[in-house]
Design a protein around this ligand. Structure first.
Ligand SMILES: [Zn+2]
Ligand SMILES: [Zn+2]
Length: 284
């Protein structure tokens, strides 16, 4: 946590425009860390023969809904995150109050939202479509509340797979799309980071995670001047992009933090007409 705080300070100094969002994120991470030592997560039974078969056929190990959750810890964390949200910005406060009202009136079933193998498209169902809620805020609060449980599950499963050999665009554990790509080790091996469970897996240097494009002619990247650590990898076949962090240039404490501190790159990509399939709640 000390390292995260230090990194947040560095980033705030470098990019004062991001102060508010970085403070908000830091508070959320602090709250999540507090719950971790007390989490009760059931083990995930995986028969070896199933596991091998799934890997051979190119299926991921689990569905999102199969991840074990510590429901009480998740609920408590959700409430704390709402409190943080209410103090963040007036707009966020307004949204959180609407969400709390909807929960009080049983328009949102949190248990369902946490365990339903949560996807943004399902929010309509959870909320009954009756409330004028900013879906992104609700999605974010739910996802950050379940994150400690999910990541504890991912840790247990990570030893079960060969993350260097998967080489696909979707997560080997849960089948979700990647949120970021990371360059690591001296030779710059490329990894993808799952947007749901936080798993990292190896991928080819030239490869579009979203459409499988491997051609150099239709893949390119760009970065902001003087910022070679962060770049946008764009695909001209599917017109989508992923943000890549070169972790050889920075001490990577938290990829999501770096993602939030480089929203200007998302803006650039959006202006050039590319879409981001797994956005963060602040992606333009
Ligand atoms: Zn995953
Ligand atoms: Zn593509």
């Amino acid at each position: 946590m000390e390292n995260l705080k230090k990194r947040v300070q560095q980033l705030k100094k470098k990019r004062p425009g991001y102060k508010e969002i970085l403070s908000f994120y830091q508070k959320i991470r602090e709250e999540q860390e507090k719950t971790k030592p007390f989490l009760k997560i059931k083990s995930i039974p995986l028969k070896k023969e199933w596991k091998d078969l799934l890997a051979k056929e190119g299926f991921s190990l689990l569905e999102k809904k199969d991840f074990p959750l510590d429901i009480n810890a998740t609920l408590a964390l959700f409430r704390s995150l709402c409190e943080i949200g209410k103090k963040a910005t007036p707009r966020m406060a307004e949204q959180v109050e609407k969400i709390e009202e909807a929960i009080a009136h049983k328009k949102i079933d949190l248990n369902k939202a946490f365990t339903g193998g949560f996807e943004e498209g399902k929010i309509e169902k959870i909320t009954g479509g009756e409330f004028a809620l900013d879906k992104k805020v609700l999605f974010f609060l739910i996802q950050e509340s379940i994150r400690p449980s999910i990541e504890a599950g991912t840790k247990k499963l990570h030893n079960e797979l060969n993350a260097e050999a998967w080489l696909k665009g979707i997560c080997p554990i849960c089948g979700s799309l990647p949120q970021l790509s990371l360059l690591k080790e001296t030779e710059g091996k490329r990894f993808l980071l799952c947007s749901f469970c936080g798993c990292q897996w190896r991928i080819d240097r030239v490869f579009c995670a979203f459409c499988g494009n491997k051609e150099r002619d239709s893949s390119h990247y760009f970065y902001a001047e003087g910022e070679e650590t962060y770049r946008i990898d764009a695909c001209d076949k599917c017109h989508q992009y992923i943000k890549t962090i070169d972790t050889r240039n920075i001490e990577l404490i938290d990829p999501v933090l770096e993602d939030l501190a480089t929203l200007h790159l998302d803006l650039l990509a959006t202006q050039k007409g590319y879409k981001r399939p797994a956005p963060n709640p602040w992606t333009p």
